[in-house]
Write a protein that binds this ligand. Structure first.
Ligand code: G6P
Length: 616
């Protein structure tokens, strides 16, 4: 998704802007650009299709320097990826804008502005913003006043950064539906859509809220809220080491993040477990009171986070006895939903900024409890400063740290841990969870980081198995019970980064269709913990073998399964059946990683995908 970086300083800020863009590369984009106010007092820009490195090369060939500037990575929504559609967009030579999000009334604005004599040079919605601003600037003479006057005419979602050659002492920003953060320096200040872009220059941040407009100068920041009142937004010190955005010894961020799982799962559990129970306060001070009232749970999420929600449904119904529904946010948000009384709305999101999930939460909050609305909202999220966290009643922060690889790995397993904590907390409060089982699961959770470490030690075995996929175009993933969503997540990982077509099925559905596809060219991956469904699963596997299908089975070491003709069994560490979905995810992540490496794809930034989907 698009990324914004801006800076105002007493030094040449081109390197800061380019480094910021590089740090946002993980979000996915198709073109990049930078605009600066040069020492001659004119605006100038460089834009390139492709990677930030192309832009860097362009800047080397034709250098650009200045002390005020904005930069952008674009992920095409209106208009193809091309240099003319890349940001920053100009109005004349006086005004430059970069924009994340979508302006929904861009067609109407475009017609109006054309009527006023503005000439459009791109197909983007963003260009309507810059001409509208120019028009207002003509009338009002002041950039902040022009921005304030333009905002009510912009419908949609945006994070904006604006500079003008006429007012070289300020960088302007506006936030509505797309995050922006100001990085605070000494005699210099910065702006970005994600603080990660600015950790190289500062560790002090000011987060803009919905509707905020900010005027950023070298020596200070002025913010106005949605009503136009001057407000003070708190400056927050960021603590985690900047090295988190480094690959370290690993070849890819994805592999590094897979290997971080024992540590980040440990962190996600820290401070949340009592001797034999989950600390309900971990979900917030009102959690115990609210949880007691919960009769239903509705989970909403996208992508990998949706799969975490699917696993949680099995847990919530089995352990807490609470009916649970799970739906992808893009469907949920546009559907007339019948809300059962006392339903807790739970969103799951790594970034906390996914447009569909956020819209679903906002819809859910529209109706009051008791009048057809939800009892309360809770988010399981990895970013404490995100919109979903700010707008939900309760939250549980996963402690995965920044996840850079587009394909989500450690965020997923920590989400599962968060959802297990939620299940146990609800079961405890309701008295529906057997105390001995709760104590056993709490113990098992404590041992989980060690088990994950053992699963990671199978790295080389999985790497060898990946060779079976090198020439394949299709594959099938099977699971039963809570392992079905794990199979879905395994298939998603494989398609995301290796571009091999992968489908997941509940193993019991095999005979109802997918078996027709099985032959020697279709590897079948199965996750088989040692549970009551194992015998049934073994029969499903026979059905595959009988059709000449090659089987890769990740099975509990006590499951009594062994290698055979066309059957590759990987023995997994023994784990409590209820926590198996967390552990069995790991070899599937490794499998897709090694297949992608063999195929030579761009593992951390797979084609066409974005890390954080902040538009519909
Ligand atoms: C994108 C990412 C996925 C992620 C999904 C939901 O599609 O590429 O990895 O699972 O968005 O993102 P969220 O931040 O809400 O978990």
């Amino acid at each position: 998704m698009c990324g914004i970086v801006g800076a105002i300083a007493e030094r040449n800020i081109t390197p800061v802007l380019v480094e910021g863009l590089k740090r946002l590369e993980y979000r996915g984009y198709d073109s990049a650009g930078v605009a600066l106010l040069t020492e001659q007092g004119a605006l100038d820009r460089r834009r390139r299709v492709g990677k930030v490195s192309e832009l860097q090369a362009a800047l080397q060939a034709e250098p650009l320097a200045g002390r005020l500037g904005i930069a952008h990575t674009r992920w095409a929504t209106h208009g193809a990826p091309s240099e003319r559609n890349a940001h920053p967009h100009f109005s004349g030579q006086e005004l430059a804008v970069v924009h994340n999000g979508i302006i929904e009334n861009h067609e109407e604005l475009r017609e109006r502005l054309k009527g006023l004599g503005y000439v459009f040079t791109s197909d983007t919605d963003t260009e309507t913003i810059v001409h509208l601003l120019e028009h207002k600037l003509q009338q009002l003479g002041d950039l902040s006043a022009a921005l304030k006057a333009a905002i009510p005419e912009l419908h949609g979602a945006y994070g904006l950064a604006v500079i003008s050659a006429r007012q070289p002492d300020r960088l302007l920003a506006a936030r509505s539906g797309s995050p922006l953060v100001i990085g605070l320096g000494l005699g210099e200040n910065f702006l970005a859509s994600d603080q990660l872009a600015l950790r190289q220059v500062t560790d002090r941040f000011m987060y803009l809220e919905e509707g905020d407009i900010a005027e950023i100068r070298r020596d200070g920041v002025q913010v106005w809220d949605a009503a136009g009142n001057p407000v003070q937004r708190e400056a927050v010190q960021y603590h985690e080491g900047a090295e988190a955005a480094d690959k370290g010894e690993y070849r890819h961020f994805m592999l590094k993040e897979i290997h971080e799982q024992p540590k980040v799962v440990q962190r996600t559990l820290e401070g949340r477990l009592g001797s034999d129970h989950v600390l309900v306060q971990a979900f917030g001070p009102q959690a115990a009171e609210l949880f007691a009232k919960v009769k239903n749970v509705q989970i909403v999420a996208c992508g990998t986070s949706y799969h975490a929600g699917m696993v949680a449904r099995y847990w919530l119904e089995e352990l807490a006895g609470i009916p649970c529904q799970v739906e992808v946010a893009s469907e949920f948000r546009y559907r007339k939903v019948v809300v059962q009384p006392d339903t807790l709305f739970v969103s799951v999101s790594q970034s906390g900024e996914t447009a569909d999930t956020l819209a679903a939460l906002r819809n859910a909050k529209e109706q009051a409890p008791g009048q057809g609305g939800y009892l309360a909202s809770l988010v399981i999220c990895n970013v404490g400063t995100s919109s979903l966290v700010r707008e939900s009643d309760l939250c549980l922060l996963t402690q995965a740290g920044p996840e850079i690889g587009v394909a989500s790995t450690k965020a997923f397993t920590t989400q599962l841990v968060g959802l297990m904590l939620l299940t146990l907390a609800l079961g405890q409060v309701h008295g529906s969870l057997d105390k001995a089982l709760a104590a056993e699961l709490v113990d098992e959770l404590r041992r989980l980081p060690t088990r994950l470490g053992e699963a990671l030690a199978m790295d080389k075995t999985v790497e060898k198995i990946a060779e079976l996929f090198a020439e394949k175009h299709h594959s099938l993933f099977l699971g039963r019970g809570a392992q079905y969503p794990v199979a879905m997540e395994g298939a998603l990982k494989l398609k995301e980064i290796s571009y091999i077509h992968a489908e997941a099925y509940p193993a019991g559905e095999l005979k109802h269709g997918p078996l027709a596809l099985v032959d020697a060219d279709m590897p079948v991956v199965t996750v088989a913990p040692n549970n009551e469904l194992l015998e049934k699963l073994k029969s499903n596997l026979q059905e595959v073998r009988a059709r000449g299908g090659e089987l890769i089975v990740f099975a509990d070491q006590q499951a009594g399964m062994s290698n055979g003709e066309g059957t590759h069994v990987v023995a997994m560490p023994h784990i409590h059946d209820l926590l198996a979905p967390i552990l069995y995810t790991v070899p599937l992540q490794l499998l897709s990683y090694y297949v992608a490496v063999l195929k030579g794809t761009d593992v951390d930034q797979p084609r066409n995908l974005a890390k954080s989907v902040t538009v519909e």
